[in-house]
Write a protein that binds this ligand. Structure first.
Ligand SMILES: [Fe+2]
Length: 254
């Protein structure tokens, strides 16, 4: 594979295409149900296409990744004055290629391999809309993440109360390509006020979708013994706002 297919639909397995067609009753509108803030679709991507996609991302985008590291602040312990009053901001270690601005090196590399076109395709939006169960706004965001051994994200909510259009919630979708050296990585998330749920995200070709905000964290990626050289999980991330959010907001202000 030298380029991603122009349509996301062409990357999907038979199971993924069924979901896209709205024929999976369990997943159609799954994220519109207040009880579900997260869905994981293992094997949503065609297995051969997933392997090829991992190789394509790994060979083409690796040079354009930048480190994203926010460690535990030492003052979170040294500055603590009361028992049981610890506070932890979002901690993270991973690498990322932001695809926010045309013309950056990362953008051009993503364009060369067809990633810009595929994440902008009608079937990608449609797939997310099926899971969301409601119409999505026209504009959207995209980003690429690459987790290596020991990379993780600490507990956080992805709540953006300062951004009027996202303050009431939005949808993230992650298309995951775990390399052959990845042993495990989990998403742990909250239900009914406890971090009681987990999902395997070390998927060779899977899709996860999130109705944000909610509390979650990503456990450190663990490599298979002797396979650290190919223990990287690539994530193609799309962020979608709900259609009509501005109108709702303005009404709210009045
Ligand atoms: Fe998150």
């Amino acid at each position: 594979m030298k380029r991603f297919p122009a349509e996301f639909a062409d990357l999907l397995s038979a199971k993924g295409r069924r979901i896209l067609a709205g024929r999976d009753a369990g997943l159609r509108g799954a994220l519109a149900d207040p009880a579900h803030s997260f869905v994981a679709i293992a094997n949503g991507i065609d297995p051969d296409a997933a392997k090829a996609a991992w190789r394509l991302l790994d060979s083409s985008l690796s040079p354009y990744l930048t480190a994203l590291a926010q460690p535990i602040p030492p003052e979170s312990i040294t500055g603590q004055t009361r028992n049981y009053q610890e506070r932890l901001r979002k901690t993270v270690r991973t690498r990322t290629a932001y695809l926010e601005r045309r013309g950056t090196k990362a953008w051009r590399a993503a364009e060369r391999i067809g990633l810009v076109a595929m994440t902008g395709s009608a079937s990608f939006r449609r797939f997310v809309e099926i899971l969301a169960g409601r119409p999505l706004a026209a504009d959207y965001g995209r980003q690429v993440l690459c987790y290596g051994p020991g990379d993780y994200a600490g507990p956080h909510t992805d709540h953006h109360p300062e951004d009027a259009r996202a303050a009431g919630g939005y949808i993230d979708v992650h298309v995951t390509f775990a390399g052959p050296g990845v042993a495990r990585q989990y998403l742990v998330y909250a239900r009914d006020g406890h971090f009681s749920e987990d999902a395997d995200v070390a998927l060779a070709g899977g899709i996860t979708a999130y109705r944000l905000p909610f509390w979650h964290y990503t456990t450190p990626l663990v490599a298979k013994p002797g396979r650290a050289d190919v223990a990287r999980r690539w994530v193609v991330l799309g962020t979608f706002l709900y259609a009509g959010r501005e109108t709702t907001k303005e009404r709210g202000r009045g």
